[in-house]
Design a protein around this ligand. Structure first.
Ligand code: NAP
Length: 328
């Protein structure tokens, strides 16, 4: 099966993805009868092109991919997230679906702001819209539920889903100041140059909305998540919690109240030492799903990396090729 790909966004994740599909080309061919070829790219400041010809923007690249005769036409969306509205990724995903392309993304925006609409549009167009890399990198959280938990309802979840804040809290527990811990995270490339999205809890809120929309059929956005980030007193709270045998964590959670309304919260919480989330240090993440049939299930990511996010995109592409292969 011949897949043609258009990369919308060509930053860290996309570059690692390109390396990965190259490294795994023989395996994709032998195990999945799949060859992938990048035919178009679009960035914000470095231009756009399709088949070696310049294009006006991402939308032209996507439209041209839609006219290709490849077995699979796949938009790979990895642009920067605007956490206030989920753009430009939502528009790119919609354009891909409208052009008859499958879409894979590592961007939280589309699922955090517009999941139900995009899911329905993809179904109506007969294409797949997959986003495994949007939360917990390559750890298969959405696939876990979609593929392995049929007829199970997710009634709530709680987790530690942001690596930067977990690193900072861990360092502050050990006496480092917030500023020093953050500066070290930035030097080590763990925190962004502009860490506000992580520190203020926006990244965790976007992931919470994405998880709630997909796993619990919610219709919320990150703006509906009650959000408290790290502040001036967090270091002191972390040290006090540790001294009393507890651990401070930035916990993301979701459940429905008695009326069925979603209650989604991101906030620092002092957890008992024997809580699974309390044991997560450094960049470790974990999510505990509350289910109706299997009680509580936990999935942990002991360390995250760019390769894992790139893998999530590749695994989504393999899923698309498998589904297409089983249809024909
Ligand atoms: N890095 C991670 O470990 C990780 C993990 C999970 C999920 N993600 C998500 O994956 C996405 C990509 O992350 P990244 O680290 O690769 O970001 P990045 O290095 O900042 O790259 C973002 C890319 O998007 C392009 N872009 C931005 N706006 C655009 C627009 N309107 N049209 C076309 N291209 C546009 C940028 O173009 P210019 O270069 O011209 O500015 C750049 O090539 C983000 O949504 C992020 O939240 C990242």
């Amino acid at each position: 099966m011949r897949a043609e790909l258009a990369l919308i966004g060509r930053g860290n994740v996309a570059r690692r993805f390109v390396e990965l599909i190259d490294q795994r080309a023989a395996r994709l061919a032998s195990d999945h009868q799949l060859t992938c070829r990048i035919v178009g790219t679009a960035t914000r400041t470095h231009g756009a092109n399709y088949a070696g010809e310049p294009c006006a923007d991402a939308f032209e690249v996507i439209a041209r991919l839609g006219r290709s005769r490849a077995d699979l036409r796949i938009v790979v969306e990895t642009t920067t997230l605007d956490v206030r509205n989920g753009e430009p990724a939502i528009a790119h995903v919609r354009a891909g679906i409208d052009a008859g392309c499958h879409v894979v993304t590592a961007n939280k925006g589309p699922v955090a702001f517009a999941y139900a609409d995009l899911r329905d549009a993809a179904a109506a167009a007969g294409v797949r819209f997959l986003f495994e890399g949007a939360v917990m990198d390559g750890i298969p959280i959405f696939n876990l539920v979609r593929e392995t938990l049929p007829a199970v309802d997710i009634v709530g979840f709680e987790g530690v889903v942001n690596a930067t804040t977990n690193h900072i809290i861990t360092a502050m527990e050990l006496g480092e100041t917030f500023e020093a811990a953050l500066a070290r995270m930035q030097e080590e490339g763990i925190a962004e140059a502009d860490p506000t999205l992580d520190v203020d809890g926006w990244d965790a809120a976007a992931k919470t909305a994405a998880l709630a929309n997909v796993l619990m059929n919610a219709r919320i956005t990150p703006l509906d998540v009650r959000r408290t980030g790290l502040g001036a007193s967090t270091g002191e709270s972390a040290r006090r919690a540790r001294a009393s045998g507890r651990r401070l964590k930035l916990v993301a959670s979701a459940r429905r109240d008695a009326t069925g309304a979603m209650v989604c919260i991101v906030e620092p919480r002092a957890l008992p030492a024997d809580d699974l989330l309390a044991g997560l240090t450094g960049s470790a993440n974990a999510l505990i799903l509350e289910t109706d049939l299997l009680n509580r299930i936990a999935i942990c990511q002991l360390s995250g990396s760019l390769s894992q996010t790139a893998y999530a995109l590749m695994s989504d592409i393999i899923a698309i090729s498998r589904a297409d292969g089983s249809r024909s």
